[in-house]
Design a protein around this ligand. Sequence first.
Ligand code: ZN
Length: 482
Amino acid sequence: MDYEVVIGLEVHAQLLTRSKIFCGCSTRFGAPPNTQTCPVCLGMPGVLPVLNRSAVEFLMKTALACHCQIAPRCRFARKNYFYPDMPKNYQISQYDEPLAQGGYVEIPTPEGLKRVRLIRIHLEEDVGKSIHGENLDDPRASYVDFNRSGVPLMEIVSEPEISSPEEAKLYLQQLRAILQYLEVCDGNMEEGSFRCDANVSLRPRGARELGTKVEIKNLNSFRHVQRALEYEVRRQTRALDEGERLVQETRLWDANRSVTRSMRSKEFAHDYRYFPEPDLVPLRTTPAWIDQMRVTLPELPDARMQRFVREYGLPEYDASVLTSSKALADYYEACVALYREPKVVSNWMMVELLRALNRDGMEVEQARVTPTHLADLLKLIDAGTISGTLAKTVFEDMYSTGKSAAEIVQEKGLRQISDEGALLAAIEQILAAHPNEVRDYRGGRDKLFGFFVGQVMKATQGKANPQTVNKLLRETLAREGA
Ligand SMILES: [Zn+2]
């Protein structure tokens, strides 16, 4: 059976406000446990929340960047459940009246831009963090750190319109890029400031009704999102093919074993007994306030992409990949400033750099090859010091060692041989060693020319200047054949 994959994503993004959403405590990451708390974020009885204006404005900016409608009036709601990292036993969130609805994010697929619509963006507070098994004297002991409790979160919910694990990754990258460009979230998945839950289901291709959906949690890198979804698509395909009934449930991605495993049956909205938060008045947004936010919007990934097409003459696809993260776009522009061949820089980044980063599951910020290193390598190719083919090997070395191209060429003796005398000697040896091929070539088998080039390159460990080899080979073969 041929199935269609249907994916919807829920992203929780921690907002980069200086203080928490309902109290004045600091949101700084990495402070000693429980040093950034007060009665409000510890959930003591009798305290009252006061809404952080910046948190609202960060969400408004995001909503504008994602083309959402900002509600003129919205409310907070209590989401009731019990967990030790949340002492009030409810989380202040938004339910039927979110701050923003609708909108979309455009993702660059190889077939062109695809629009993934959003359902809503709402504001809520984060909860504390449980730490299990870190006390070696008592491995059963658990701790709770409330520094994170009350940090403002934005929940961004997409329509189930994503049709492959690859698209899910692209969507997340694009969304994260928008938040980073806006400077409302640092997008750090490892530190948990950009978290994602995925809903995935399959249905027979062409069917309208959605299949049974499974929610996957604990996806803390783009690679995990993609691999977990790929695993889940395989698992559900197998189950459906074998006539098994899938259950609506929440599964956890186990990155060590590369499987998802069942965590609990899926909870429904009614399990949370939502009701309007009585301690907060409804929030009103005015057109003037929204306009005020609109003028603060920076150049966003879309606009930067258009500019890359216009200013550097890049194909749309290159431009969208290169602007998919602010860091990548900055890297590109830094490199082009040093080496004014925009398309060449783009090719090297898209093929060599991104391939290596993807292979290692790394971000461009972690790359040891700097824009200066890459520009210097490209200049060495232009100067004829190394061939384009060898440059790829040099790039790999730059990538793994962080050394400059010149250093590597020097150390490994990779300098290109353009000296005609040396190359001619190599050519004559090759021709002498292959009399049959030489005879056939002269008899009209033109294709053998490539064979001779290959042999010369091999004899010179790839260091021969290919243009010079071509020229000399042609001359030599023509001369001796005459
Ligand atoms: Zn506090």
